[in-house]
Design a protein around this ligand. Structure first.
Ligand code: FES
Length: 149
């Protein structure tokens, strides 16, 4: 089986862990209440705020919501840019980040060509990456155990 079981009990709000699934990095991010509060404010800045594109590939049915997640505070995504496959870096701190304006609410920045993603992996407009980050198939085995794949 290609599925990977992950214990997320030690991940604190504002932290990310990375596990490998099918040779790809999968991020598990615990979002803070502040980070969650930011998400609905960003829609106008995003290329595909409701994650309508390539839904079958990128956004499982249970993640077709604002946070693109099963539980609002836990975000699971494949850490590979949808442009040419680099791995975006964490830019979780609000304020200026990587040349972005000081209203940056946090997310991910691809070092290769500058695509930016919010804390739900949604790509900003006018960036080289065409799509939001992929949310892989996943489910909870218990409150703290995730199965990826
Ligand atoms: Fe990420 Fe090009 S590979 S912006």
């Amino acid at each position: 089986g290609a599925a990977v079981e992950v214990d997320i009990s030690a991940v604190k709000p504002g932290e990310k862990i990375t596990v490998e699934w099918r040779g790809k990095p999968v991020w598990i991010v615990k979002r803070t209440p502040e980070q969650l509060a930011e998400l609905p404010k960003l829609d106008a800045l995003l290329a595909d705020p409701e994650s309508k594109r390539k839904q079958d590939e990128l956004t499982p049915v249970y993640a077709r919501n604002e946070g693109r997640s099963i539980k609002p505070e836990v975000f699971v995504a494949v850490g590979i840019c949808t442009h040419l496959g680099c791995s975006p870096s964490d830019k979780f701190q609000p304020g200026a980040a990587g040349g972005m304006s000081s209203d940056w609410g946090g997310g991910f920045l691809c070092p290769c060509h500058g695509s930016t993603f919010d804390m739900a992996g949604r790509v900003y407009k006018n960036k080289p990456a065409p799509d939001n980050l992929e949310v892989p198939p996943h489910m909870y085995l218990s409150d703290t155990r995730l199965l990826i794949g």
